[in-house]
Each structure stands twice: as C-alpha cells, then as structure tokens.
Design a protein around this ligand. Structure first.
Ligand code: 0WK
Ligand code: BGC
Length: 967
C-alpha cells in the first residue's frame, strides 16, 4: 500500500503531491482540493476510476519500476512516459554539462547545446524610441508589425500588425521563394498603412538556429520544425531577406537585427523595472535563451557584461545523452520526422510532435490488444491524424473525456469509455513529460546562472511563450513545480508573454538601433585612444629620435628627453658588502630603509612614511625637515642613532647629476612642487636639514633615480639587467648606454647608465598628434600643465583622471548612466587608477563594478558597468602599448649601439601600476615583442624597491671605486 511521504504534505502547492517511497508524482484531482490549503488525503479521492493497481486516473507514476507481467501494457506505457524526479535530476546534470560545454570553445562546438551568441547585451531601458517594422516568420504564417516606441519607458507602444497565411509549399520550397514571400508581406503591409517613405529599421524574427556574428549577420545552421527550404543553410539570412526586400523596391527598409523567437519573448516581457533575463518557448518547437556572463562566452569577443545566448536546446540528446529517456514511441516519431536523429529534445517537448507521440503510443497499445480491442485502427498509421491541440483538449479535466470520445469516434475508432480514459492518461502523460523536460532544461539554465553569477540565490523573471504554455494550465503548473524541485536555489518568476514576440522584436530592433547608435558614439569617442601598430611604430621612432637628440651635446636642448648621465657605469657584481641607510622618495610611499649587504643575501628593514600633500607642495625646507624627521624616527626605532651609516638616496625626480652624491633638481613631477628646490642640489638640501636638526649621523654617499635604483636592485640578481623601468605614480626608464654614444659627457670607454626622464617625452610637442581631448583636459588641470606629457598618458597618477574625463564625455553623449552623472564624478582625481585594476580584474562580476560606481553615487546599469570597464581597458591598454613603444626604442637603440643582431637584456621594473594592474605587464610585453622582434627582453619585478638599489650604489661608492670610471 502506498503511504504519504512526510515531505509530501505542503511540499508545494503545485499539481503534485509526493507519495510512496520512490517519489511518485500524482496530479491533484481538480475541485477536490479547491482550498489548496490542505493536501488531500488519498481516502477522499473517488477511486472508482482508479486502475487495477488502485492508482487515480491521469496519474503519472514515477519511479515505480516495471512490475513485469502484473504491470498492464498501459501502465508500462505510462511508466515509460513518466520520468522519476531522480531521472530528471540526472537529465538536469546532463543539460548543465552540455550547456557549459557549449559555452566553451574547448568543446569545439561538439556540444548538442549550441549556445549561440545573439549580440544582445542589453535589455530595453525604456529610452528606445521611433518607428520600427518587424517581420516574424511563424510555423504557418508571417506576421508583419509596425511599432512606434515613445522612449518614455515604453509602457504603451503603438502597435499594429497583419498576419499573412503562408502557402503550404513555401516551407519545403526554395529559400528565394520564402524570402520573396516575406518581403511581399512587408510590402503589402506598408501599402495597407499608407506606404510611409521614411527610413524604416526592420527586425526579423527567425525562429531557427543561426550562428550570429552580429545583430544583423546570421548564418542559418539548420532548418527544423518541418522547414527545409533550399539554398539557405550556411547563408546569411539577413542578406537574403534584405535582397528580397530590395527586389520589392523597398529601399527605405533596412533589416537591422535578426533575432530568435526566444529573444523576442525575453524582450517582450522585459521592462526597465522588471528586466527579464530568460525566455522559454514551448511551441511547435522548443528553445530557451538567457543572459549569460560574457566572460564565460569563449566564442564571443565581449569580455564583460552579459550577452543573450540562444541555447538551441532542441538538439539536446542528439549525441545519445537522452537515449535512456526515450520510449519506443519517441523513436517512431523521430524515424518518421524530416530530420531523424536530430533535435531529440525538441521531439519530446514541441507541439509539432506531442500528438505524434500519443498516436504511436495508442498504435502500439492497440497492437498489444490493450486499446481499441477488435477495432480497425489503420487510421492510426496515418501521420498527424492526432494533433497536439486535440491532445490538449482530451486532457481537459472538465470535458476531456467527452472530447476524447468525439475525436476518437471521428477517427472511426469507436472508443469504449475505458479506451477514452486510457487515451486521456496517455495525453496527460505525454504533455506532463514535455512540461517536466522543459522544466528540467530551465532548471539547468537557472542553476548555471546562479552559479556563474556567484549568487546564493537567483531571483529572475522568465518570459514564457508558445501554444503549449498558453493553452495548457497543467503544462504551466508542472513547469513551475518541477523547476522548484530541481532548482531550489532559484526563484523563477514565470511571465507569460502577452503578444508572442512581435513587441519584443520591435524592442530588440530599437535596442539594436540604440546600441548601434551608442556603439558609434562610443567608438567615435574611444577611437583616438585605440593606437594602431603604425601609431606605435611612430611613437617608437619619435622616442628614438628624441633619445639621439638628448644624447647629442648640440641638440640636447631640443629634445624632450634629457637623457641624464647618472654616474653609474656598471651594475652590481655581487662583491658589494656593508650596512647602509637608504631613502626612497618619489613614489606612492616615502620609505626609510637599513640595508645589510652580505655575501649571500641582502637584509632590509624599512618603514613607510607619508609625505602629506601640504609638505609635497610646501617649502623645500619643510620637505627636507620632514624627511630628516622620518630618518631620525627610523634610526631611533632601529637603534641606529649612534651609527653613521653611508646613505643611498633614491630621489625619483629629474635631476642633473653632477656626481654620484650631487644632483640638481631640474623640475618637480608627480604632484610635488615644494618651493626652493628646483636648481638645488638635493643632497645638499638634505645635509642642511640634518644640520638644522643637529643630526650629525648623516653620510649621503649616493643619490640615484628610482629607475637606477631598480636596475641596480635587480642587477644584483640578474647580471643581464641593464634597464630600469618605473610605471607607478610616474613613469621613467634608465638604461646602460655605450659611453661613446653619450655625446653630453666626455669619455667613450665602457657604459654609463642614462636616466632618460621619458616622462617628459613629447613636452616639445612631438607627441601632440597622440594627445586626445581627454588628455589635454587632464594636462590642463594638472599642477604642471604642458609638462610630463608622456607620463600623463601612461602613469598611475593620471589614468584614473583620463577615465573620469571620458566617462563625463559619455554621460554628455547620453550613452552612459542615462545621461545623468553625479556630483562626485565632477571631482578631480575621484576616479582612482586603482579602480582600473579592480574593474579590469578577470572574472570580476559586473555587479562589483556597479558597486565601485555606486560609491561614486552613480546609478549604473549593467551595460553602463560594461562600458566603464571597456573605457578602463582602452585607457590602460594604450598606456601599456605606449610604454612598449618607448621600451622598443630603448632596446633597439642598445642593440644597434652594441652592433648586435639580437639583444638579450633584462628590465628591472617597479611601480604600482605595473605590479598591480591585471593586464598592464602582459600587454606591454606582448606589444614589445611585436615592435622589437630582434630583442629578447625579460622583465624582472624588483622585490624590495629601489632603496636596495640605492644601497648597492652606495656600496660601490664606499668601496672607493669611482663608479663613474669604467671597470
Ligand atoms: C617602488 C620603488 C620606488 C619607486 C616606486 C614607483 O622602490 O623607488 O619610486 O616603486 O612606484 P609607485 O610607488 O609610484 O607606484
Ligand atoms: C620622474 C622620474 C621618476 C619617475 C618614476 C617621474 O615623474 O620624473 O624621475 O623616475 O617619475 O617615479
């Protein structure tokens, strides 16, 4: 005897209750439990019509195994048509696997779920406006619509349409005939509404699987649902339709978007308030689309945001994955179909097939003398004698039996009441199974979205369309309940799509137009920041020219590159020894270090001190007093007050080096502007500050630029390190140049490290062609306008500002934040460069980008966040490529100066932007390889900063070696 499983009571208020030990799903009998409150007890059910096993009519038996001979053929048929919940769980797992395989390139498209990109990356936001035409190809007709969108949230778009019945031979005729017919429908419709002559965008709903390479480029992969027009598969159907439309002399009609019917449904159900992100069509065929995370779509270029994916799940099972779910009736339907072996899932769900499945079930049961005993059943061998519409009528709780009687009699089958009851059970089983399978597919999509969005719980609107859903309440009930069972972590709000997908198509077309218009504006604004290979080669050549000039005694003044000799003529050789103090000023942090250089390692203790902006932009005296206070604080803490240690001073600003411990500041950069320093020897200023502090324990032996310190620090570990690069708050490079090439210094033996001060590259105007309006704005608002031009295109102090200027321009153009900025975004430097690194972090969900933007009081939609990410990517990529062009000039110069065919060299690199940005270093290195293929360049990140380098230079100085003498 069956008993009620405890969880059955109140499990769900769907049409099921859980009974028996293997989760049989019994439909609740209508009217018996209208209060829907209490689950009905079995005893209350009128059992008069229960089967021999005492199970109520129309029940779906799940899990009950075939009890062999005692099981009647009808029960066996019903059992076979009733998948268990466990089985559905399994199928859900297979759908998830096929789905994720389909998203990844690695499957090489072998997944039965094709997961086709639709290039729809946004849902309607209510600003869509204008007149739009829609042509919708349906199973037996073409519908042409005229939609006027008002752009005021589009709650009430004006819509008029006409349905044109399709001649029966069209679906099996030539492709040309099909598209000519559609174009003629468009023409007659336009004539009917007074032949408007203004440009008309047309959206084309084409419910077949297409490989899209754009909204208006779609190649038909394969026909289905009985269509098999010739000369269309493998062709771009947008072009075919546009050609047919031109043949009708409708030259003012442009096909701007093609979309699958599921996409139309999703758009129809979507509003700005309630975006709909999944759509399910259960009609003659079945399919599902959903908004997938773009970063998972290996087949689409987009890396961020979401894109609507047309799953084409109809082909599930074409690889045999559903074979254990298929009944003999399903195999018969497939063999008789126009595409045997294909679209197995569709043939379990689509209304084109349900009538056929029932027909074959009846036919087989009749041949087993379990139905229509002794009756002439030859009619049942005729294809399509039982339509799905009739199946749905027979299922009806009220007059289903009467309908069954009428339909079966009309077929000459003289059915008994028992026959009618059995046929009704079969109809219910087939439709319930279709609903259960649709629910299983939908549950897989829901769980995938929940997982890919890293959510605990997914709450989402699902647009549902199709005759099966609209006409069978049972279908909807089963769909909702089984989804709840198979994807409990998701709350799916099923929204029946009111007007099929016509309005949706108009929305898509309008969204397409909006997206195209927005895209054009974005492209126009970002184009100057996208540097071509030729642009970068030009920058490389300009950098080389400026280097040559900078090294030339005569032309040095013309060059924007000062090419400053540093008095460092060789990199460490490992023999350096001793204990040193070191200072590191000029980066994000001011650091005081004690560096102990021993035979087998270097010990460093350091402390970070802040340089307040007031000190950075106050007096030089105050600045150096502050530096002295930090040194003394450090010496105090480290118990070094009594020790007079040689000090290496990393001073990361342009200085004319007059000796290893003598450097005259040429100008401030990076937000520093302390007065009374430019033109002064910064070592002297430090010594004077020490005197002011009566601090006699200061012995500055070397002052180096942070690029030199970084080169030395890395050179200690890699003798091939002969270049130092900083990409941090500022940017700069130094490298070991042949003394003979340094025209600004005497002597031509050996090498000399040259501090290029490439941050100033372009200050003479040679880079102005590459300066965009955004860069000019950033420069004008900086405290050193006209200076450090190259730095202002590359370094951390400025990238955030460039992005902010671009965002403001995009807001101005109404393509971002719906044209509404925030007070905060008006503030200079509010968009920090570290935001770029965060926003561009691979796999960072766009919701997190929205989080960053909401901290700036920006109400960002999903698309807004994707656009902000694209702007960040564009700005940081340009910076990395410009850096690569500069570095290519340096390594090529070194290679030629040394008369080498191939140069192998290491670049010691430091700086927050280089180290923290997720793509900067890779983009830099990749472009450098392309621009300087004859140089094999390794980048070695400096671990302890340039303070160590300064200590090593101090060590060399203390060894009594004259570092300015060639070895
Ligand atoms: C760390 C080095 C320092 C240099 C800085 C640049 O030790 O000398 O100035 O990197 O990077 P930033 O701190 O400006 O990002
Ligand atoms: C300075 C350079 C320094 C670079 C990196 C630039 O602003 O002019 O001297 O090397 O920033 O910190």
């Amino acid at each position: 005897m069956w008993e009620l499983h405890p969880s059955a009571l109140g499990l769900n208020d769907g049409p099921f209750a859980i009974v028996g030990h293997s989760c049989a799903l019994y439909p609740r009998l209508p009217g018996r439990d209208s209060d829907r409150g209490t689950p009905q007890s079995l005893s209350a059910v009128d059992t008069c019509s229960w089967d021999a096993e005492g199970r109520p009519p129309g029940s779906l038996q799940l899990g009950a195994q075939d009890r062999g001979p005692s099981c009647t053929p009808v029960q066996r048929a019903l059992l076979a048509l009733t998948p268990t919940l466990e089985k559905l769980q399994e199928v859900k797992g297979r759908v998830l696997e096929a789905l994720e395989q389909g998203l990844s390139q690695r499957s090489g498209g072998r997944s039965t779920m094709r997961m086709l990109p639709t290039f729809i990356c946004s849902t309607p936001d209510g600003t869509e406006s204008g007149d739009v035409l829609v042509a919708e190809l349906c199973q037996s007709h073409v519908r042409v619509l005229w939609v006027t969108l008002t752009g005021d949230g589009n709650q009430s778009p004006q819509l008029m349409y006409h349905v044109f019945e399709m001649p029966e031979d069209i679906p099996q005729g030539s492709g040309e005939a099909l598209f000519d017919f559609i174009a003629q429908c468009v023409k007659s419709f336009l004539e009917e509404i007074g032949n408007p002559q203004h440009r008309l965008p047309l959206g084309f709903i084409f419910p077949f699987s297409c490989r899209q390479t754009g909204l208006d480029k779609a190649e038909l992969i394969s026909w289905s649902k009985g269509f098999r027009c010739t000369d269309v598969e493998g062709k771009d159907v947008v072009q075919l339709l546009q050609a047919a439309i031109s043949k009708q002399e409708l030259c003012h009609v442009d096909v701007v978007a093609l979309l699958n019917d599921t996409v139309g449904t999703m758009m129809t159900c979507s509003t700005r308030e309630k975006p709909c992100e999944i759509a399910l069509v259960v009609d003659s065929g079945t399919n599902c689309c959903f908004m997938a995370e773009s970063h998972l779509l290996e087949m689409a270029e987009v890396t961020s945001g979401r894109m609507c994916i047309n799953s084409e799940w109809g082909c599930l099972g074409d690889d045999g994955a559903l074979d254990d779910m298929l009944t003999p009736y399903d195999h018969r339907v497939d063999q008789e179909s126009s595409n045997p072996g294909e679209r197995r899932f569709e043939k379990l769900v689509g209304s084109l097939y349900l009538g056929e499945i029932v027909r074959h079930a009846i036919l087989m049961l009749a041949s087993e003398q379990a139905l229509f005993i002794g009756k002439n059943i030859s009619i049942l061998a005729t294809k399509a004698v039982l339509t799905t519409q009739q199946v749905l009528e027979i299922m009806d709780n009220e007059d289903g039996m009467a309908k069954a009687q009428g339909i079966l009699e009309a077929l000459g089958l003289q059915p008994s009441e028992r026959d009618c009851c059995r046929v009704q059970q079969l109809c219910r089983a087939v439709v319930s199974r279709a609903a259960a399978f649709s629910a299983t597919g939908l549950a897989a999509v829901l769980s995938h979205m929940c997982r890919s969005r890293q959510l605990e719980r997914l709450v989402v609107n699902v647009g549902v369309d199709g005759g099966l859903y609209h006409t069978s309440t049972r279908f909807g009930e089963i769909l909702r309940s089984v989804v709840g069972l198979l994807a409990p972590e998701c709350a799916a709000n099923l929204m029946p799509s009111a007007d099929v997908s016509g309005l949706g198509a108009a929305m898509v077309t309008a969204v397409a137009l909006r997206m195209v218009a927005q895209r054009n504006k974005v492209e126009r604004l970002l184009a100057p920041l996208r540097l071509s290979r030729a642009d970068l080669q030009r920058v490389q050549a300009l950098m080389r020219q400026e280097m040559e000039r900078g090294l030339d005694r005569e032309r040095n003044a013309e060059s924007s590159l000062r090419m400053l000799p540093t008095y460092v003529c060789h990199t460490p050789d490992g023999t350096e020894r001793g204990k040193f103090l070191a200072l590191d000023l000029g980066g994000t942090n001011f650091r005081v270090l004690v560096v102990h250089v021993a035979e087998d390692n270097i010990d460093i203790i350091n402390e970070i001190y802040v340089i307040p902006t007031a000190i950075m932009q106050g007096t030089g005296e105050a600045l150096f007093n502050h530096i002295m206070e930090c040194i003394m604080d450090f010496q105090m803490k480290q118990g070094l007050m009594g020790e007079v240690l040689p000090l290496g001073f990393t001073f990361s600003f342009p200085c004319q080096q007059l000796g290893l411990d003598k450097a005259v500041l040429l100008n401030w950069t990076k937000g520093f502007s302390a007065s009374g320093c430019v033109g002064q020897d910064v070592v002297q200023m430090l010594r004077e500050a020490a005197q002011r502090k009566q601090h006699m324990a200061l012995k500055v032996v070397a002052v180096v630029n942070d690029t030199v310190g970084t080169m030395m620090a890395c050179g200690y570990h890699d003798p091939k390190c002969e270049i130092g690069l900083i990409v941090g708050t500022g940017t700069n490079t130094c490298y070991m140049e042949e003394r003979a090439k340094v025209g600004t210094m005497d002597g031509d033996e050996g090498r000399m490290c040259i501090n290029m001060e490439w941050g100033a590259f372009g200050d003479n105007g040679c880079l102005d062609d590459f300066f965009t309006s955004f860069d000019r704005l950033v420069d004008e608002k900086s405290i050193n306008a006209g200076k450090q031009k190259f730095e202002k295109l590359i370094s951390g102090m400025y990238l955030g500002e460039i992005v902010r200027q671009i965002l403001l321009a995009l807001v101005e153009e109404q393509v971002l934040f719906c044209g509404k900025s925030s007070h905060k975004l008006q503030n200079k430097d509010i968009f920090q460069t570290k935001f770029l690194s965060t926003i561009e972090t691979p796999g960072l969900a766009l919701v997190q980008v929205q989080g960053i933007l909401s901290n700036l009081e920006l109400d960002a939609s999903y698309e807004d966040s994707a656009l902000v990410r694209e702007v960040c990517q564009t700005v940081s990529l340009r910076a990395a490529h410009l850096c690569a062009a500069g570095m290519a000039a340096v390594v090529e110069k070194m290679r030629e100066s040394r008369g080498l065919e191939q140069l192998t060299v290491t670049v010691g690199v430091d700086g927050t932007l280089y180290k923290m940005h997720p793509h900067f270093s890779q983009n830099l290195q990749q472009m450098l390889q392309e621009l300087a293929p004859r140089c094999n360049v390794t980048f070695l990140q400096s671990e302890d900063g340039s303070g160590k380098g300064a200590a090593l230079v101090a060590a060399v100085a203390c060894r009594g070696d004259d570092p300015s003498s060639p070895q």
